[in-house]
Design a protein around this ligand. Structure first.
Ligand code: ARG
Ligand code: GLU
Length: 715
């Protein structure tokens, strides 16, 4: 994957060409890449990046809320992540009176830092290859016995790892089960909000600029990790103290040098580099376009609502961002994959794979059919796969009435149990609280419109696939009218009234009489009975084939470096600070400056709105130490292979200092989830000097900057 392979590549000809920057390494294996990284300008040793016995960079990097990355930057547990990663917390503390989304928030002292129930941040204690132990004693067993044996091996390993300590452990398959790693972690549960810039900085450019370069977003927010008096994780508690980390990242105000070494350390979520050509074709031509259409519909409703009312803007901020983010990424992915003709590249690779396999009869026996098998399987299950994606879009991303239905269904299924254990009243109280929180961010008219449009689109898309009876030959608009005028799920007053008069019979009444609940349960039933079973068989079979395919790739192509797909485990990727030229006649420079913020603001696009203070400060051009050659850098790009989950990840220079926070990729790069192309794929980061300038000059929160260790160029 890295330079080594390039050199080797000069001597071989392979469609499987991997490039200098491709790949996401397992940190415990980083020593294999030490030489290559040092050749690119890294001054650190592998041991300084990842060590089990000594503190190392790894200890400064936390998995934030299970979906993003964050890094410790002070000895008092100060934690940086993206604005969009802290977005739901920021939103939860916001109201019309205290509009932190619009104006930002800065705690003046630790007492003002805001608690966030449910938010966690985890440190990786160690990563351990446990493949041999997981597979111990499984040889010659039948498939089902093998799984049982593996499960008991896994349980024993985990029990061992967490005995007598405050850790948890997890064993994850890598390379579709060719390898297993145990990840031991320490999860902090008291993570407080310290500060956030206003949306006009932290989300500057909004959806217009999301996934786009040139970029000018100050996408950061500030938290602090709290621990008990032993510096160990604790539930939220006033007596907790700021956590004293094993390592925190020094912050670099040094001039950036084009081409310098950069490393991104974090928790990338999912990549799918090994999909077969038919699978990629299905995604590009059928699945993604349909999902995009579903989201076009819901976004049209939500965006219009948010434009016309401040209350709706606050209520739907987080939901809208979530729906729009993947929607826009998919559009970029399809565009990029088409431009490079990814299907042809896949076909070439498949040909190369089969050619290798044919060169040795043992290989031919093992690997000779796997590609054809995968492609046939895709064709066989395309319909089911499509139905599955559409059901996810409809039932899980679509109208929120379904979310309410799921919650109440789970609760009522346990009704008798609660009653027997005398916990019914407490459980009802919980339901009421949950409903209050839900309806706070809900608008009946918006949800109704979404229900109507998405039901219509779902029916159109699924067509001859399995559909609930109720949807056949009915007018969806009048169905929507009926549901939203009567169902307890769509209105807070009706819902609370239902809960307050709850009886044993209520559940069966709901099932028989509530039209909203009926629409959900019939759709959900259809999903479970007619779609899920096929998908189980499909995914299970495909994973077995992919396992074989990857094993073959590793065995038959020893000259290239192989990397396991992202799976939300900790990874390292490295590259350099550089721009790109993905379009004919155009070049992207490697960074943007605050001048570009003002230039964008001089348009009438509300995504580029600024608060007056920002314009004043930009006019003063007082950048202090944060400038480079008189410019204040805002964002920069690098050739680091990242994906969703890498948000908030530190971009670290050759000496282990923090240069910026990764938060995005350019549109031309989003294809890297399926296929990395070194000439176009760039990650986008906010420069830490801009982050500090905003804290110091914009927010008057210099005390936070003073908590950090600052590294400067020698004068
Ligand atoms: N595209 C980035 C990521 O995948 C940022 C998303 C948040 N920003 C937004 N405008 N929705 O998470
Ligand atoms: N914004 C993404 C995230 O939340 C990172 C961008 C990407 O997908 O590369 O993780």
């Amino acid at each position: 994957m890295k330079k080594l392979s390039i050199i080797l590549f000069l001597f071989i000809s392979s469609a499987f060409r991997l490039t200098a920057e491709e790949g996401m390494l397992i940190p415990s294996l980083v020593s294999a890449f030490e030489n290559d990284m040092q050749a690119m300008g890294m001054k650190l040793s592998a041991e300084e990046i990842y060590s089990v016995n000594n503190s190392s960079l790894k200890d400064a990097i936390l998995h934030f809320g299970g979906g993003c990355t964050a890094e410790l930057v002070s000895k008092q547990g100060l934690l940086l992540t993206n604005h969009h990663c802290g977005y739901s917390q920021i939103q939860s503390h916001s109201s019309i009176e205290n509009d932190y989304l619009k104006y930002g928030f800065w705690a003046k002292n630790k007492g003002e830092e805001k608690k966030n129930p449910g938010l966690t941040a985890s440190r990786v204690v160690r990563i351990q290859d446990v493949t041999a132990t997981v597979l111990q004693g499984t040889q010659g067993l039948s498939q089902s016995d093998k799984l049982l044996k593996m499960q008991s091996n896994i349980t024993a390993l985990i029990e061992d790892a967490i005995r007598g300590n405050q850790y948890s452990a997890d064993i994850k398959p890598f390379n579709y089960g060719n390898d297993f790693y145990m990840i031991v972690k320490e999860t902090f549960r008291d993570i407080r909000l310290v500060g956030t810039p206003p949306n006009s900085i932290g989300k500057f450019g909004g959806d217009t600029d999301n996934w786009i370069w040139p970029r000018h977003t100050g996408d950061f927010s500030v938290f602090r990790v709290y621990a008990n008096s032993n510096n160990e994780p604790s539930d939220i508690n006033d007596s907790n103290q700021p956590y004293a980390p094993l390592h925190f990242l020094p912050v670099s105000l040094k001039n950036r040098v084009p081409g310098e070494f950069t490393m991104v350390y974090g928790f990338p979520g999912t990549t799918e580099q090994h999909l077969s050509s038919e699978n990629l074709r299905f995604i590009m031509d059928q699945e993604r376009p349909a999902r995009i259409k579903m989201r076009d519909k819901s976004l049209s409703v939500i965006n219009a609502g948010m434009r016309s009312s401040d209350l709706t803007r606050i209520q739907y901020a987080s939901k809208q961002a979530r729906i729009a983010n993947a929607w826009k990424k998919w559009i970029g992915q399809i565009g990029g994959l088409k431009t490079v003709d990814a299907i042809q590249i896949k076909l070439d690779r498949e040909k190369e794979y089969n050619k290798r396999a044919a060169s040795k009869s043992a290989w031919q026996d093992k690997y000779g059919n796997v590609i054809e098998d995968m492609n046939e399987l895709v064709i066989k299950y395309k319909g089911a796969d499509f139905g599955y994606s559409m059901a996810i879009e409809y039932l899980y991303i679509g109208p929120e009435l379904f979310k309410r239905a799921r919650t109440i269904n789970t609760f009522l299924s346990n009704y008798e149990k609660y009653k027997e254990s005398n916990s019914l009243d407490a459980e009802i109280e919980k339901q009421i609280k949950g409903a209050n929180a839900f309806f706070k961010n809900y608008d009946e008219n918006i949800d109704k419109k979404i229900f109507q449009l998405l039901t219509e689109e779902y029916i159109k898309q699924v067509g001859d696939g399995p559909l609930p009876e109720r949807f056949k030959n009915v007018d969806i608009k009048s169905l929507a009218d009926k549901v939203y005028a009567n169902s307890i799920l769509t209105n807070e007053v009706r819902f609370i009234k239902f809960l307050s008069k709850l009886k044993s019979k209520s559940f069966s009444k709901l099932k028989k009489k509530d039209i909203g609940f009926m629409v959900w349960s019939e759709s959900d039933d259809n999903f479970r009975k007619n779609i899920i079973p096929d998908i189980r068989v499909y995914k299970g079979t495909m994973d077995q084939m992919l396992k074989l395919y990857v094993a073959g790739k590793v065995e038959m192509f020893p000259e290239i470096n192989h990397w396991p797909d992202a799976n939300s485990s900790m990874r390292i990727t490295y590259g350099k600070l550089e721009g790109s030229a993905p379009h004919d006649g155009m070049k992207y420079t490697n960074h943007t400056t605050i001048d570009g913020v003002i230039a964008k603001n001089n348009s009438d696009n509300p995504d580029y709105d600024l608060l007056p203070r920002m314009r004043e400060l930009a006019k003063d051009k007082d950048y202090g130490d944060y400038a480079q050659d008189g410019e204040l850098w805002v964002c920069f790009t690098g050739s680091n292979h990242t994906t969703g989950g890498n948000s908030g990840s530190p971009v670290i220079d050759g000496e282990g200092n923090l240069m910026g926070l990764n938060f995005d990729r350019s549109w031309e790069s989003t294809m890297s989830d399926f296929m990395f192309d070194a000439s176009r794929c760039r990650n986008i980061s906010v420069d830490i000097r801009y982050v500090l300038w905003v804290m110091d000059r914009y927010a008057n929160a210099k005390h936070l900057v003073d908590e950090m260790t600052i590294v400067r160029d020698a004068k």
